[in-house]
Design a protein around this ligand. Sequence first.
Ligand SMILES: Cc1cc2nc3c(=O)[nH]c(=O)nc-3n(C[C@H](O)[C@H](O)[C@H](O)COP(=O)(O)OP(=O)(O)OC[C@H]3O[C@@H](n4cnc5c(N)ncnc54)[C@H](O)[C@@H]3O)c2cc1C
Length: 440
Amino acid sequence: MTLIDLTPRVTENDRLSTLPVAIIGAGPIGLAAAAHLVERGIDFLLFESGGRAGASVRAWGHTRLFSPWKHLVDPASRRLLEARGWELPEPERAPTGTELVERYVAPLAELDEIASRTRLGVQVVAVTREGMDRTRTRGRATTPFALRIRTTDGDVEEVIARAVIDASGTYLSPNPLSSSGLELLGMSDIADAVSPALPDVLGRDRTRFSGRRTTVVGAGHSAANTLLALVELVRQEPGTSVAWLIRNAQAVRVSSSADDELADRARLGSRVDQAVADGVITVIDGFEIIRARRGPGGERVELVGHRDGELVTHVTDVVVNATGFRPDLDMLREIRLELDEIVEAPKRLAPLIDPNVHSCGTVEPHGFSELTHPEKGFFIVGMKSYGRAPTFLLATGYEQVRSVTAWLAGDLTSASQVELTLPATGVCSTGLGDGDGCCS
Ligand SMILES: Cc1cc2nc3c(=O)[nH]c(=O)nc-3n(C[C@H](O)[C@H](O)[C@H](O)COP(=O)(O)OP(=O)(O)OC[C@H]3O[C@@H](n4cnc5c(N)ncnc54)[C@H](O)[C@@H]3O)c2cc1C
């Protein structure tokens, strides 16, 4: 007689389906992913390294966004919030970062369905497959992910998940000042004179810049915002001066463009142009920084670089690093990623956003299929999905997470129907390369 074992077998797939999805980062995009998972009835855990949701946006909270409210709110998040009586702020007005957090990000994060699954002050330091480094292939797709996390107390533990959505942004990993992309030689000598991008020049950080010479390094919108704040400080505080140091021959990215439907952004460019024409901002173009050191007496900072084929020195008091951001890939060392070799964005997304060819926020609709990696169930979304490209818009990220969460729910039809209507942005940049890329 043959005995049949009737004990239910727990397969790896069954086990996976009992686990939560892990979301890294409670910025606007991580929270939008959470909202979509709530709507789909899928369990998740959301990890945020900051003490509060929207930590990175809070850091540049004094800065006004260029998109109006109507482009800044995720549809699923809006449905959850409106069910609790929330109302969309003035649709045509662009908020500051602080307003975005206080009137949208924080209320969203505080919804019970999301707050109860969120761990604040917890940094994800690494992601892998449970018991498998990246070289192991057999059974990989059905093995849970393991996330190593560190709390603010320094405790380290591991949690397992069926899938991972990395929405950790790029704000915490700025590019170095050096034009080579490596840590600037001599950086440790001048570190106390270097400010991260987007300091609050007229508020919190005023004393750092007042009555001093500041050099803003970088050609993007972050640089433009800081330059304009410094121009205002020059008017208010005698002895304040501002230099703008860029490696390209021209700061094309912030030049004003009549094609830009984001009018606030176009105005930003024209105001910088005007301050340069008025002589308030001194432009030092074509300068490739190679090292830094303290000047005689240790007071001033000297940036040494190549300009017009010669080795030259630029002397200043304070340096603002507005050279842009890059994705933190160290934490993903054990994950099989397929990234573009230039932009460090997912391979199929990169051609749509490569700043050598595309220089504006306009992008084709895209979703899970462009964001898929060889590591099944692992997705990079939001600002981080753009790698080193600077043109990410929230509306793009909201559609990304709608598609990815539909895929996680097994709803391939919805996951594949990607739709995205973005304002035309005629802002051009040469970004990483030397081309004159422009989207129309
Ligand atoms: C000055 C400025 C103005 C902008 N204006 C606009 C605009 O007008 N319109 C627009 O559409 N877009 C704008 N953007 C671009 C973009 O929409 C924002 O950068 C947006 O904040 C990106 O959202 P995110 O959720 O992808 O990343 P973030 O907002 O950066 O959120 C990432 C979160 O992850 C957390 N985190 C990071 N690493 C870890 C980790 N290892 N473990 C756990 N948590 C982690 C961070 O603390 C942070 O809270 C602007 C950006 C800047 C900087």
